[in-house]
Design a protein around this ligand. Structure first.
Ligand SMILES: Cc1ncc(COP(=O)(O)O)c(C=O)c1O
Length: 438
């Protein structure tokens, strides 16, 4: 990466101003990040002028790629009329209608500025609605940078405890012990152990938080039997089931969990529903969402936010959602299916240990052939991480951008030609890796 003088110079300037050189942990890659200049459709161009196919799309949020003309037009029209007012707007109602039409029977929604905030508000709503203090979440699952849902995000073998009763491990130094105590950590895709743990703490649990396709748990889908058992045990004990679909909402027109026939009580959204602008949302039944209603004696859960439902985000989100028809999603999902199938075939044929997991238009590259089903099986060894870094750098140099941790996604400006291009460069990278390891 020494041939990127502009990115290096920007990083040297940035590192003096911001710890780590920027304000987003996810985009830091050694020795320095590659700085973006601009994007158009499925192309991202860096500050040296190199164009790449963008399979990251701002961490899966730009389902229509960069600067989609319909979204640019919608936002531009709105910018000239003002971006935020201390008055509600019709734009907010319109995006609410568009999303709720997809996620019925969930009947009400509130907007936030990020998925993290949506998660936080969903947890608060569940506590207020049930009158219980604790939540349960899955070991390794990422739900944003909020204390409670951050527990056991990246535990290691020295502190993670038994597989069928994981220990709660704080992620951020300084997390109060009380926060750790208020989170029950469950093993992903283990219906029996999860059910036992939920039943053991049932009287105190406000909610179980699940992502049906958790990106940090290897991007392996939750099994239907596992989700069905979570629904059953939570319903039996009056615990709310919160589906975090900030990333996985794109799997289906009606949402990921609902498409599998499992109805969540609360749904957290973000990323694609903002059309490329900052967003989050929590949707639920009118009964649960009533905790946010400020009328009468005031809200059980106050929910402010200076830029909540700002008109630019609402306009971008509405344009993006309207473009995302069932046919558009089916096409993307079929392309994702082919990408995973052909990438896995390439790994097998060239003889490099690895696999590409995911569902719909989301995928993740792993440099291991070991079966991946939960967080512990997905923790990469040092040689696996090094092998992935070599692959990542090869792809980057040869015009393909996926994340430095192996995550990728498709966008609607892509066609079969972009999938072909990915597979071609991926195969070349694997051949180089096969030569290296002999
Ligand atoms: C499943 C999930 N939940 C929550 C979040 C947090 O969203 P945001 O980055 O908008 O705060 C993310 C972000 O990647 C996510 O993937």
């Amino acid at each position: 990466m020494s041939d990127m003088p502009r990115s290096r110079a920007l990083f040297e300037r940035a590192i003096r101003l911001m710890p780590g050189g920027n304000t987003r942990t996810t985009v830091v890659t050694p020795p320095h990040p590659v700085y973006a200049s601009h994007g158009s459709g499925c192309i991202i161009v860096d500050v040296e002028g190199q164009a790449r196919l963008d399979f990251v799309n701002n961490h899966t949020s730009l389902i229509h790629g960069h600067a989609h003309p319909a979204i640019v037009a919608a936002v531009t029209a709105q910018l000239g009329r003002g971006t935020a007012f201390s008055m509600p707007t019709e734009a907010e109602i319109e995006l609410a209608e568009v999303i709720l039409a997809r996620v019925r029977p969930l009947a009400q929604i509130r907007f936030t500025n990020s998925g993290t905030e949506a998660r936080m508000m969903a947890v608060k709503a569940a506590r207020a609605h049930t009158g219980r203090p604790r939540i349960a979440k899955f070991e390794g699952a990422y739900h944003g940078t909020y204390d409670y849902v951050e527990i056991s995000l990246r535990p290691g073998p020295s502190d993670w405890g038994p597989g069928d009763a994981p220990r709660g491990v704080p992620t951020a130094r300084g997390t109060p012990e009380k926060v750790r105590e208020d989170v029950v950590v469950l093993p992903f895709n283990d219906a029996g152990a999860s059910q036992r743990l939920i039943e053991r703490h049932a009287g105190e649990l406000a909610a179980v938080v699940v992502d049906p396709l958790p990106s940090q748990i290897a991007l392996v889908p939750a099994t239907l039997a596992f989700l069905g058992s979570l629904r059953e045990v939570t319903r039996a004990h009056g615990i709310l089931l919160i589906s975090d679909e900030v990333m996985s909402f794109r799997l289906s027109y009606h949402g990921a969990l609902a498409a599998m026939g499992v109805q969540p009580d609360l749904l957290c959204l973000g990323k694609i529903i903002g059309g490329g602008l900052p967003v989050g949302a929590v949707a639920g039944s009118s009964e649960v969402m009533a905790v946010f209603d400020p009328r009468g004696n005031g809200p059980a859960v106050p929910h402010g936010g200076t830029f909540n439902a700002n008109t630019a985000t609402m306009a971008a989100g509405q344009a993006a959602m309207e473009l995302l028809t069932p046919a558009a999603l089916d096409r993307l999902n079929a392309m994702g299916e082919r990408l995973r199938r052909e990438a896995n075939a390439a790994l097998a044929e060239i003889g490099v240990p690895g696999q590409v997991t995911g569902a719909g238009s989301l995928f993740r590259v792993h440099m291991t052939s070991r079966p991946l089903s939960d967080y512990r099986s997905a923790v990469a060894t040092v040689p696996e991480r090094e092998a992935y870094t070599r692959l990542y750098r090869y792809l980057l140099v040869h015009g393909i951008f996926i994340t430095s941790t192996g995550l990728g996604c498709l966008s609607t400006p892509m066609s079969e030609a972009e999938v072909d291009a990915f597979i071609q460069v991926f195969r070349a990278a694997l051949k180089e890796e096969a030569l290296r390891v002999g």
